[in-house]
Design a protein around this ligand. Sequence first.
Ligand code: FE
Length: 404
Amino acid sequence: MRFTLPRDLYHGKGSLENLKNLKGSRAVVCVGGGSMKKFGFLDRAIAYLKEAGMEVMVIDGIEPDPSVETVMAGAAKMQEFQPDWIVAMGGGSPIDAAKAMWIKYEYPETTFEQMCVVFGLPHLRTKAHFCAIPSTSGTATEVTAFSVITDYSKGIKYPLADFEITPDVAIVDPEIAETMPKKLCAHTGMDALTHAVEAYVSTCNCNYTDPLALHAIKMIQSSLVKSYNGCAQARADMHDAQCMAGMAFSNALLGIVHSMAHKTGAAFEKYGAHIIHGAANAMYLPKVIAFNAKNEEAAKRYADIADFIKLGGDTVLEKVQLLIKFVRELNEQLNIPQCIKNYGLDALPCEKGFVPEEVFLEKLPEIAKNAIADACTGSNPRIPSQEEMEKLLKCCYYDLEVDF
Ligand code: FE
């Protein structure tokens, strides 16, 4: 087994400043649509890198759900500039895109198909090292071995996975996450909770990932709602908590909450309903806990979590039920619907959601099949059959109790 993390992790308010201690001669800074510029963090990053004696180039405008084309264009710019540091700042997308650019920059002959071979990348760091600076508190891509790139010609999101793309340096500066809008704070927070819970019950869990997962869950319990309601200290704590959850799942992998979220995310786009990743996780997590808890080992692990965060209960079964209740109550406090049927405008709960029942039912067999085939299914403690996955997804649509 292997446990891999960035070599250096700088955290705490003002830690962005550590950019001035990087050693190199040329740095490329990759950012998204503009919030890093607007709030002045891009300028500060550039100034620190210049202070470190580096020449700086910026690749900006990296879109949400970055495309293969964006990756290839960015890599070509890097080829010209020959950076020895790649510094990626922002939400998950610019960091994920920069990770893929890095591969192509180091190995210009590599095709996108070759990048997608799971744990099949050649050795990186022959040309550049990688520093990631997250602006949202959820994906934790600053510490993970993953990147998600979309091939729009096929309409499919491809996960790249290899410890080679685990960043060398992560800067987890809460100041940068202070500007997150409320809704983003809720969704990314529930994504982080799901990462920690799935990592803890994953079949790849180990002694090194367990403490990170448990402590992340405990911090999310005490900070997520407060952060959502505007408490700056709680928001800073969430930035650390999501990162710890990321360290856990980068090494322990995930489960079927993510399989289902990946495959339902864009399935209803035509109806105006892009089911936001974190909101999908928030709705599906309680259902998957009930489903997985039919596996004795998983049930014990959920009960461990319930004990660790002091939810009460005497038997394993009671503890599992209390954990489900805990997640549902969080959804309520964060204004996230409990099921797809009630998933409405702006991802808010409503009587009649975006996804019409007949459309959902028509697509159900295919979504279930794709979810089972998702890379995250392999480490789930219970592998669902086609029939079980369809039933489970129906429970997520109608908010029914999972009793199978
Ligand atoms: Fe996630």
